[in-house]
Design a protein around this ligand. Structure first.
Ligand code: ZN
Length: 206
């Protein structure tokens, strides 16, 4: 059993995948098992997030089909609070606010997004404690952005029509780079990606 479990690759030495990697469009499944490996994954995710100067990172972005994301709005290891959201549910949107967003999976691309100003989030943290909070401001924006990732939604999907043209030109470069990485085998084909995601779901979401 353990030999088989250990045969899943990409559970250590995580990397942030970039648009248009298919895992970014994968709808993640709820996690039913938290083990030492998952805790290690989350610690690696924090390392990657700080390295990339981000304030939030979702499992999809490190090629994992799991409903979890991390946040530290301070963006620095020794500042702010490290938050882990497992199986998050976002509800009760109130108000609207427009702000520029970016994404570690679409580096150097930014665009304005309108989102509810306040939401309610319920989830579990890494110790299994329930999170049940109303959030607003930057924390609300990050939580909504990361929660979107878990459902295969990217901030570029929420950009207003008027900014669309500029955005499409920037995204075309990512597509070119992706096609090249595909052609050299650096990124596996869809069937191989899906087999790996299914193996991870069998382990953590059964
Ligand atoms: Zn993102």
């Amino acid at each position: 059993m353990s030999a088989k479990e250990n045969s899943i690759d990409g559970l250590t030495n995580l990397k942030i995948v970039q648009y248009p990697h298919p895992t970014l469009r994968h709808k993640s499944k709820p996690i039913t098992r938290v083990d030492a490996q998952l805790k290690h994954i989350i610690s690696e995710m924090f390392d990657l997030m700080y390295e990339a100067k981000g304030i939030g990172l979702a499992a999809n972005q490190v090629d994992l089909p799991l409903q979890m994301f991390i946040v530290n709005v301070a963006g620095k290891r020794d500042e702010g609070e490290e938050l882990v959201f497992i199986n998050p549910v976002v509800s009760s949107p109130k108000g609207t606010d427009e702000a520029e967003e970016g994404c570690l999976s679409i580096p150097s691309v930014g665009a304005n997004v309108v989102r509810p100003e306040q939401v309610h989030v319920s989830a579990y943290d890494l110790s299994g404690n329930e999170i049940d909070e109303t959030v607003e401001g930057m924390l609300a924006k990050v939580i909504q952005h990361e929660h979107d990732h878990l459902h295969g939604v990217l901030f570029i999907d929420r950009v207003h029509e008027s900014s669309r043209h500029q955005l499409e030109m920037e995204l075309a470069d990512f597509q070119l780079q992706y096609d090249q990485m595909r052609s050299t085998g650096e990124i596996p084909d869809d069937a191989a990606i899906n087999r790996r995601l299914a193996a991870i779901e069998a382990r953590y979401c059964a």
